[in-house]
Design a protein. Sequence first.
Length: 265
Amino acid sequence: MLVPMSIQNNERKQADVIVQTRELNLFYGDFQALKDVDIAIREKSITALIGPSGCGKSTFLRTLNRMNDLIEGVKITGEILIDGMNIRDEQIDLVSLRKKVGMVFQRPNPFPLSVAENILFAPKIHKTAQRKNHPMIVEECLKSVLLWDDFKDRLDMNALNLSLEQQQRLCMARLLSVKPDILLMDEPCSALDPIATERIEELMWILKENYTIIIVTHNMQQAARVSDDTGFMLLGELIEFGKTKRIFTNPQDQRTNDYITGRFG
């Protein structure tokens, strides 16, 4: 029997922790990409993961909705707890998990459909909403990402004709249509110009009122601007994790200090 990913606050080890890993290891064949990663991420906060390329940031992010399962030869040990439930349990319903833990990628990936149909794609596939509620879902999701005023009279516009920033916002809105708890963002601004990046960052602050956001970024200034907590990763290890202000002003590990001051990476 598959176990649905429902919110179970009474199972949390700490009242405000929604994601926790314990001795998390991941191997691609003989290569170890994650090494004993222990982390506790607070709900309705923004957590940034920083570190040089190839340090395991995106690999870690993908463990949280088990996207690494799709890669041949991957082996994982340790625990990944979401709302107190170990998502590595074979009985976990992956469809339910990936509705609860959505992902935004580096480049926007809207479907070649209208704005409205992009948002309604998942509710229609999963049959989670009655047809009469579709207009309300579209409006609520577009309002959440501050696109409603721009497209309320152009809902039939092809999403591929939107700007990159608008496409990324629409991809976020598409995730919100299935009511996730956690938004994973893998360098969501890497394809955007500075002005569009600033707008997406402002949107993150709005969304964190209702969602937990975990963002991978190579932009340390971005991590410092938007996140509440920051983790520094190096060669598959989580070297240091804590409040963003402390990590950037008073790191406890010399390797963290060397990275944020530009000595390597």
